[in-house]
Ligand binder design. Structure first.
Ligand SMILES: *[C@@H]1O[C@H](CO)[C@@H](O)[C@H](O)[C@H]1NC(C)=O
Ligand SMILES: *[C@@H]1O[C@H](CO)[C@@H](O)[C@H](O)[C@H]1NC(C)=O
Ligand SMILES: [Ca+2]
Ligand SMILES: [Ca+2]
Length: 242
């Protein structure tokens, strides 16, 4: 299982507390409560499908990871999915939603969005506000310290700081409330939390930038290789070409 050193350790403890770590070691299926659990409770993360993994779309490559944009694949060209459904499409290919751990990787996505005039995409960014994240002083305030990349379980930089590997803070300076992101704006409208990270293309006249968005919104998405899922499928399917 691929863990980003100490960075991911805190989330592993969270998952371990949920009993999810054992499940992840034996099989990568990890249950995760849906943010909008009242509507569709008990949704699960999908297992990788070995045949799909070996034939996964490899639209571009960066630092040894393959990626694809849903809008460039015939079967997903017009797909707009909520955050968990998008993750699960990726996961069947031994991928997950993209995590932008460096400005270089972030630039790849911003360029794609700009060149293809994509309005927005989902990333794997997630707020730790589900079961197992309670009573965590180190995640408070959540809006600053509570964000992580769910694909790798790596903690994100505090949202009010320039992330390591970046020359600027990619969170938008504005949004629905004309405040810097994350602003959890939909909570003020109707009590729905904005727990997922999307990249929006100039929706608030703010250029291409990171926004917290409620996870039920339906968007195109970018998938990135998951070392955890690739390793799992490689180890359980001797000789498979990935
Ligand atoms: C949703 O956001 C509100 C306001 O920030 C917060 O008080 C509440 O705890 C959040 N709900 C969940 C499930 O995290
Ligand atoms: C909250 O408001 C948004 C925007 O008006 C709407 O699309 C969404 O369905 C609402 N959600 C709920 C739970 O009322
Ligand atoms: Ca990445
Ligand atoms: Ca927002």
């Amino acid at each position: 299982m691929q863990v980003q050193g100490a960075v991911g350790a805190w989330l592993l403890r969270v998952l371990a507390a949920l009993g999810a770590l054992r499940a992840a070691a034996a099989s990568p299926a990890i249950s995760e409560a849906r943010p909008n659990g009242a509507n569709r409770p008990g949704r699960f993360l999908s297992l990788p499908v070995p045949q799909k993994c070996s034939q996964r779309p490899k639209e571009f490559n960066f630092r040894g990871h393959n990626y694809f944009f849903s809008g460039h694949q015939a079967q997903y060209r017009n797909s707009r999915l909520d955050w968990l459904d998008a993750r699960n499409i990726c996961r069947e290919y031994c991928m997950d939603l993209i995590s932008m751990e460096s400005q270089e990787e972030n630039n790849l996505i911003f360029r794609l969005i700009q060149n293809e005039d994509v309005p927005y995409i989902w990333t794997s960014g997630r707020l730790c506000d589900f079961k197992g994240c309670e009573n965590r002083r180190d995640l408070e305030p959540k809006s600053v310290f509570g964000w992580f990349w769910s694909a790798t379980r790596g903690k994100m930089a505090p949202t009010n700081q320039t992330p390591r590997g970046f020359g600027y803070n990619p969170w938008s300076q504005t949004g629905h409330k004309r405040q810097r992101q994350p602003d959890n704006a939909e909570f003020d409208i109707n009590g729905t939390n904005e727990s997922c990270l999307a990249v929006l293309n100039n929706v608030y006249n703010d250029g291409i930038a990171w926004h917290d968005v409620a996870c039920y919104h339906e968007k195109p998405f970018v998938c990135e290789d998951s070392e955890e899922l690739l390793n799992y499928v490689a180890s359980t399917n001797p000789g498979i070409r990935l």
